[in-house]
Design a protein. Structure first.
Length: 280
């Protein structure tokens, strides 16, 4: 029987990870304890679960424990939380218990609806770098847009320090990345929300433009919008010089005879998508 605390925890997880047309449900796993070594002084075991997901069917270690015979003392370490390899969350009845075998798995929904926009789950994994460093990297978005690394960490033994990448959405053009803040050396599921090709702003239909940042030199970058409104016009709308950003959208609009470019900061305040609005 799942106790009240676990029911509450699973409800919170469902609210966080399952705001979508896809109903993610928690399932108890088939698990067993496997002896690692057994001496007169101590017994060490690892807990393994099987058939966690269709995506990952091999046995997966979810916990380890050691029983010290002389002091009748037991300590357990459990791999709970979001696990990118499984694309889901592992929970247990009691994180501190050595003897409670109940383990549950909640898959992250492949898509979810947030504020009316569809978000798609990305396949992300930790990529080992030199020494004790690693980066949390993701596959390209469904429209083949490269994704900057989400977080980095330094792990030595049981000690780990993790850092979010604050500039994830500063250069993305076709959409925006959404994820939970990194903590306890874990990062939650990463979702991509594509900017709508068309939307209505102030009662007028506007069209998404193809814009991107281009590096001129080590200290200078420009953001260009190309083939504006399918008219072959190319204009610079922003620039970065010595890490200072300058917007030139108003100046760019002076070169457009039949409309104007507008930024939608509600979709991505760090790098707002550019839309074209035709003159009435």
């Amino acid at each position: 029987m799942i106790n009240t605390c676990v029911k509450t925890l699973l409800l919170i997880l469902t609210m966080l990870f399952s705001i979508s047309t896809y109903a993610a449900s928690s399932s108890p796993l088939n698990c067993y304890w496997k002896e690692a070594y057994n001496t007169d002084m101590a017994l060490a075991e690892t807990q393994h679960c099987t058939n966690i997901t269709d995506r990952f069917t091999d046995e997966f270690e979810v916990a380890s424990r050691m029983y010290i015979r002389a002091s009748d003392f037991c300590v357990a370490t459990k791999k709970t939380g979001y696990l990118p390899k499984l694309q889901g969350t592992i929970t247990v009845d009691d994180d501190t218990s050595c003897y409670n075998d109940a383990v549950y798995f909640t898959p992250a929904p492949p898509t979810r609806i947030v504020n009316g926009f569809t978000q798609t789950l990305l396949d992300c994994q930790w990529q080992a770098l030199q020494g004790a460093y690693a980066q949390y990297t993701c596959q390209s978005t469904p429209d083949n847009t490269p994704v900057p690394f989400i977080a980095s960490k330094v792990a030595v033994g049981t000690h780990c320090q993790i850092f979010d990448n604050p500039s994830v959405n500063h250069t993305l053009e076709s959409g925006v990345i959404s994820t939970t803040a990194a903590s306890n050396c874990q990062v939650g599921p990463v979702y991509f929300q594509k900017h709508p090709e068309q939307q209505i702003i102030n009662g007028v239909t506007v069209s998404l433009q193809q814009c991107q940042w281009e590096t001129v030199n080590a200290t200078f970058k420009v953001r260009k919008c190309k083939n504006i409104n399918d008219q072959g016009l190319e204009l610079v709308v922003s620039s970065i010089f010595n890490n200072q950003q300058y917007d030139s959208l108003e100046h760019a609009n002076q070169s457009i005879p039949n409309g104007e470019l507008i930024m939608d900061e509600t979709l991505n305040p760090h790098n707002p998508p550019i839309y074209f609005r035709a003159n009435p």
